[in-house]
Design a protein around this ligand. Sequence first.
Ligand code: SAM
Ligand code: SF4
Length: 347
Amino acid sequence: MDLDVLIDKCINSGDLSREEIIFLLELKDDNEIGRLLSAADKVRERYCGPDVHIRALVEFSNICARHCNYCGLRAPNSKIERYRMQPDEIVELAMHLNSKGLKTIVLQSGEDPYYTGEIIADIVRRIKSTTGMAITLCVGERPYEDYKLWKEAGADRYLLRHETASRELYAKLHPDSDYDNRMRCLRWLRELGYQVGAGCMVGVPGQTIEHLADDIEFYKNFQPDMVGIGPYIPHPETPFAGNPAGDLTTTLKMVALTRIITRNALIPATTAIGSIKENGREMALMAGADVVMPNYTPLKYRCNYEIYPNKRCITEDPELCHSCMRTRIESVGRKVSMDAGHSRKKP
Ligand code: SAM
Ligand code: SF4
């Protein structure tokens, strides 16, 4: 394949075939990889502009009923201290963050049955009516009725990474959950009018280049409003302990290809990328990403939301997060968005 032709195609149409996706994922030469990442940066500039959107991440419960083989929050891990934030505490934190100028809140947790459909709907309603913030939920697989209730209560967006678009790899990662249900939930969320975020990990045990190509093709067909991509990072208290972490270069190639194939999706420079490399988030911002999600979970809880060890920003004072993020964004010649950063996809 002719790389010059392919890079032009990345910039001009993004309509890549599976063979072309695999060819680009397999690039080894630093100079050639650099050309792919800068093609993605050009697409980002053309379709998304210079703005970087800031989402305030609040991890409100680390209790989880599931057994995902890669995640430190999995139910059988008895070595972490579990916590739940109470609804009043979550709403008050949202009000505080809004008073600091944050326009989007992401409420994330394990799959914690304590928060019934009605409890989450009440939290959403109260945050919406007091702050008007854009509300993103990320609380896993739930019944259709819960997703509907939360949409009606005012939730705008939902993050549910598909984790992998390969049915067979999905089963290896998830001893107790079902690929079809994950995909069904994504379709329901879209039907209900949410801005939907999918996403995957890079470098999970058993993953091949073919699996990564499946993910890029999934983004091509589903065209998520948002796509979160991060390296897998091993956690010692999981069945996958001892495996190597996903590598930075492959993760950046996946970010770049996702930008090229989706054109205008919102793509975070994830905490996981920043956790395997100090300036990993800045590198992702230069390879197609346009969102950052600083962690505003209160410090007393934050260290226990240990999906993987040595997470970036685990001890930083939340009050300093905003200026730290602004500095990082400006260091790569970009600017902080002043709006809520809604989806650019047509409903
Ligand atoms: N429980 C919800 C769910 O699974 O959708 C939301 C919270 S879950 C902690 C958020 C994401 O963390 C998952 O979708 C997964 O991709 C990521 N994650 C979990 N364990 C990880 C690990 N060891 N390394 C990298 N990412 C991980
Ligand atoms: Fe629970 Fe989500 Fe972790 Fe799976 S990835 S164990 S559902 S918190």
